[in-house]
Ligand binder design. Structure first.
Ligand code: TMP
Ligand code: ASP
Length: 239
């Protein structure tokens, strides 16, 4: 497999073409942004950790029957994935109230929601990724109703798999964001699953082990990402 020219550079990743038109080469960066790019910084080693953590989750999900874009790791910072025609909807699954939901609805962070709550956001940097519902998705022609049903079922299956997997590692999966896309007519889970895109809390202390440490200037950001990698794999990574 050969890495070819840069196709796209996002806030956290660079995407390159490969010699295979069905596959893309993704490089994870150390750059961190929050609040739609308003806050910028660097989390040293984040690219390596998120690449390895995301690969770990996608391999687990594939084994458990969640079709996804992951193909292989090529090195610590890069992985090969199937190319997707991305559905322009962020699918957020919440188990405890936190972040924008806690703020919008006046809930205390950490409140049990009594079952998963699925939110959809329209992927638009210009509009600040506004919250939308199933009808908006249809009206905006972002996806057909039966596709939304499939995506919701996949997102909830991911929730069952990851909440119990992480509970065994003393991690509460508070909430997370998923993206989906089409590959040869099939809907696959895409993008990444990492401390950038999930809220992970220590089960006992409820210490935050995710990007909220950067968003909220809590310190020990790199240590939190390393701790997640350590709990998932039992290994250390040299940054
Ligand atoms: P929120 O509380 O800000 O809506 O975030 C919910 C979850 O989605 C949280 O785990 C972080 C993740 N997320 C992203 O991955 N990308 C984003 O752009 C946003 C806003 C949230
Ligand atoms: N990733 C988004 C941004 O850069 C938001 C976030 O994760 O807080 O702006």
């Amino acid at each position: 497999m050969q890495k070819k020219e840069l196709l796209y550079e996002g806030k956290a990743k660079k995407v390159y073409r490969t010699d295979n038109p069905d596959l893309l080469w993704v490089e994870y960066k150390d750059d961190a942004t929050a609040f739609n790019g308003a806050k910028k910084g660097t989390i040293v080693g984040k690219g390596v950790l998120n690449n390895l953590i995301s690969a770990h989750f996608f391999q687990l999900l594939a084994e458990k029957g969640v079709p996804n874009h992951f193909v292989e790791l090529v090195n610590e910072r890069e992985q090969v994935v199937k190319s997707l025609d991305i559905i322009q909807v962020e699918v957020i699954v919440r188990n405890l109230a936190a972040g924008s939901m806690a703020k919008r609805l006046g809930l205390e962070e950490g409140m049990d929601l009594g079952g998963p709550v699925v939110d959809y956001c329209y992927k638009s940097d210009e509009l600040g990724d506004p919250l939308i519902n199933d009808d908006h998705i249809r009206a905006l022609k972002l996806a057909a109703p039966e596709q939304v049903k499939t995506i919701r079922e996949m997102a909830l299956k991911v929730n069952d798999i990851l909440t119990s997997y992480l509970a065994d590692k003393n991690i509460i999966l508070v909430d997370y964001k998923l993206e989906f896309g089409f590959h040869k007519g099939e809907i696959l889970l895409g993008d990444e699953i990492s401390p950038d895109t999930c809220r992970f809390w220590d089960s006992k202390t409820r210490e935050k082990l995710d990007k909220d440490r950067f968003r909220r200037d809590l310190g020990n950001v790199e240590e939190a990402y390393k701790e997640i990698y350590r709990r998932l794999t039992g290994r250390e990574v040299q940054i």
